[in-house]
Design a protein around this ligand. Structure first.
Ligand SMILES: Cc1cc2nc3c(=O)[nH]c(=O)nc-3n(C[C@H](O)[C@H](O)[C@H](O)COP(=O)(O)OP(=O)(O)OC[C@H]3O[C@@H](n4cnc5c(N)ncnc54)[C@H](O)[C@@H]3O)c2cc1C
Length: 387
C-alpha cells in the first residue's frame, strides 16, 4: 500500500477542511451539541459539494465506490462535530451503502439518486430494549398482509429517527424459522401512523438525537422490504454482508477524527498555558504525553486507511476491520482523556471542546460492535481453538 494520499484524496481533504472552517465553526459545533439539534442547512451545503454519492455507481449519479474518500470526509467532519458527521453517515453509508449492496433494481433506481443529492437519510433500527449485541434475536416482527407489511415492536438507541426519511428496521419475519434465516429489513418512514419516537438523554453524539422507537401495527407497502420480495428472510445476510466492513470503518473514521481534534487542542493548549513561569509544554511529563498521543493517533490513522484500502480492493477484511474498529475507538477514548489531563481543570468545563471530545469518544467502543465483540471475532476468525 502507498501511504501517501493520492491527489484526489488530498484535494478532497483540503476541500472538507475549508468547509468545516467556514460552515462549522467551533461556536456552532458547541451550540449543536448543547441543543441536540441537527443543522439541516449545513448538511444541505455539504451535500452541494457532491460528497454523498461516494459508495455508489455513476449510473445512480454517484461517484463510484470510493471507501477511502468516504472515510476522509467522516474523519474531517468528526474533528469538529457529530451533528454533521452522523447525518453524513446516515445518508452516504446507511442509505447509500445498504441500497447499493442490498436494494432491488427498482429501489436502487428510485432511491439512490436521492442519496447523491443528500436527500435521503436512513436511521438504524437494530437494537431493542432486550437485544444489544445479539441482533439475531430481535423481537420486532414483520408480517405480510396482502400488498402490505405490518410491523410491531420496539427499537432502542435509534439515532436520527427524528430526522431520517426511513428507519431501517431489522425485524423477525418468521418466528418459527431458523436463526439467521428469519430476519428481514424494512424501510419505515418515521411519520407513518403507529410509529412513536421518544428521545433518550445521552451523554454525547448530539445532533442526530438517540431515541426509543415503537411500532404499533405500522403498515407500509411491500416495496418497503429491502431487496424487494427476494429480501424476505434475507436480513442477516444483508447485515453481515460487505457493508459490515464499511460500517466498522465509519466508526473508526469518527474515532480518528475525534482523537485528532483532542491531540490538536492539547498540543495548542500546552503551548499557551504557563505555570511556574513557563509553558507547560516544556515539562517532560507533558511532552511525553503529547509524543505518545501523536504516535497513537498516527498508528490509528494508518490502520484505518489500510483497512479502507483492503475493503476498497475487495479483499477479505473482516479481521482487519474488527481490529481497526476496536483499536481506533479505544485509542480515541484514551487520547480524549489524555487531552483532558493536559488541560487540567479547563478540560472539564463546557467552554472547551475537550469536554465534548471525552463524551463523544466514550460511546465509540460501545456501538458498531463493542470492543469485546470485536475481540471475540478477531481470535475466532483467526482460527484460535476454543477447546
Ligand atoms: C449514543 C448511542 C447511539 C446508538 N445508536 C444506535 C443506532 O442508531 N441504531 C441501533 O440499532 N443501535 C444504536 N446504539 C446501540 C448500540 O449499537 C448498542 O449499544 C450495541 O449494539 C451493544 O448493545 P448493548 O449496549 O445493549 O450491550 P449488550 O449487548 O447488552 O452488552 C453489554 C456488555 O456485555 C458485553 N458482551 C455482550 N455480549 C458479549 C459476548 N458474546 N462476549 C463478550 N462480551 C459480551 C458487551 O461488550 C458489553 O460490554 C446506540 C448506542 C448508543 C449509546
Amino acid at each position: 500500500m502507498n501511504y501517501n494520499e493520492p491527489d484526489h484524496i488530498r484535494m478532497l481533504r483540503e476541500t472538507l477542511q475549508k468547509f468545516v472552517e467556514k460552515e462549522m465553526p467551533r461556536e456552532l459545533a458547541r451550540e449543536w451539541d448543547q441543543t441536540n439539534e441537527y443543522p439541516a442547512e449545513v448538511f444541505a451545503k455539504l451535500a452541494e459539494l457532491g460528497v454523498t454519492g461516494m459508495v455508489m455507481g455513476e449510473e445512480y449519479d454517484g461517484s463510484g465506490r470510493d471507501i477511502q474518500a468516504t472515510m476522509v470526509i467522516i474523519e474531517e467532519l468528526s474533528k469538529r462535530s457529530m451533528a454533521v458527521a452522523v447525518p453524513y453517515i446516515m445518508c452516504t453509508c446507511y442509505a447509500g451503502m445498504n441500497l447499493a449492496e442490498c436494494g432491488s433494481d427498482e429501489q436502487k433506481a428510485t432511491l439512490l439518486p436521492r442519496v447523491a443529492t443528500g436527500d435521503l437519510l436512513f436511521a438504524y433500527g437494530l437494537t431493542e430494549p432486550d437485544v444489544g449485541a445479539d441482533l439475531a434475536s430481535v423481537r420486532t416482527t414483520v408480517v405480510r398482509d396482502g400488498d402490505e407489511l405490518v410491523i410491531n415492536g420496539s427499537k432502542r438507541f435509534c439515532s436520527g429517527a427524528e430526522i431520517c426519511d426511513y428507519i431501517y428496521t431489522l425485524a423477525c419475519s418468521d418466528k418459527e424459522g431458523p436463526r439467521y434465516g428469519n430476519l428481514s429489513f424494512v424501510m419505515i418512514p418515521p411519520t407513518t401512523p403507529g410509529v412513536t419516537i421518544e428521545r433518550i438523554a445521552t451523554m454525547g453524539m448530539h445532533g442526530a438525537a438517540t431515541t426509543d422507537v415503537t411500532f404499533s401495527n405500522v403498515r407500509v407497502p411491500l416495496n418497503a422490504l429491502m431487496g424487494g420480495e427476494a429480501g424476505w428472510n434475507n436480513g442477516w445476510k444483508m447485515l453481515a454482508g460487505p457493508g459490515l466492513d464499511v460500517e466498522k470503518l465509519e466508526v473508526a473514521a469518527i474515532a480518528v477524527g475525534v482523537a485528532a481534534a483532542a491531540v490538536e487542542d492539547a498540543w495548542e493548549y500546552s503551548q499557551e498555558r504557563q505555570q511556574f513561569g513557563k509553558p507547560i509544554c516544556t515539562y517532560q511529563s507533558i511532552r511525553h504525553k503529547l509524543s505518545d498521543m501523536q504516535t497513537k493517533l498516527h498508528a490509528a490513522r494508518l490502520m484505518m486507511y489500510h483497512a479502507a484500502d483492503l475493503v476498497q480492493s475487495g479483499e477479505p477484511a473482516g479481521v482487519e476491520t474488527s481490529m481497526t474498529k476496536m483499536f481506533t475507538t479505544e485509542t480515541a477514548k484514551e487520547l480524549a482523556l489524555e487531552c483532558q489531563t493536559i488541560m487540567g481543570a479547563y478540560g472539564y468545563v463546557k467552554e472547551f471542546d475537550c469536554e465534548r471530545y471525552v463524551r463523544e469518544a466514550i460511546v465509540l467502543p460501545i456501538f458498531g460492535g463493542s470492543t469485546a465483540i470485536h475481540l471475540n471475532n478477531i481470535s475466532n476468525w483467526m482460527g484460535l481453538p476454543k477447546k
